[in-house]
Design a binder for this molecule. Structure first.
Ligand code: ZN
Length: 144
């Protein structure tokens, strides 16, 4: 399973949580992950996708083999692999998992005090988070 997969970037200073739709592609199809601090100077659009300073580099040829075998009609471009969720951020951005965990921890005391308020706060804070990601230009957030 590559659900909840955490991957460090090339320089190991940052990490991202990834998800693989239907477990169709193995995690190593993402041959390189670069954070804004270690990203390459130039982007190879045939194999790389950039998202707010992060760069994902895919083995598109191997991904194409998996797609062909499984009858996926899309061509294995970085954009398709990412947007269709076959090997992409878990959530909308690399740090979403941690943001979500921190939010739950922060609001946890409300559970016993006022469950309705807890659920309402959880929802409104998450909506605000997504709006911030969207404004910052994160690719998956644009589709929300
Ligand atoms: Zn890095």
């Amino acid at each position: 399973m590559c659900l909840n997969l955490r991957r460090f970037c090339s320089c190991s200073r940052n990490s991202a949580y990834l998800s693989c739709r239907d477990n169709l592609l193995p995690a190593e199809i993402l041959v390189n992950l670069f954070c804004p601090e270690c990203r390459p100077g130039s982007i190879e659009n045939d194999t790389m996708l950039q998202d707010c300073g992060w760069v994902l580099e895919y083995d598109v040829d191997r991904a194409q083999d998996y797609f062909t075998v499984r009858g996926i009609r899309g061509r294995a471009t970085p954009g398709f692999i990412f947007d269709a969720g076959y090997l992409s951020w878990q959530g909308l951005a690399p740090g979403d998992q941690e943001v979500n965990t921190r939010l739950h921890q922060r609001l946890a005391p409300l559970v016993e005090q006022d469950l309705a308020l807890y659920l309402k706060s959880l929802r409104s804070e998450w909506v605000a988070h997504v709006a911030r990601l969207k404004a910052a230009g994160w690719r998956k957030a644009q589709a929300t």
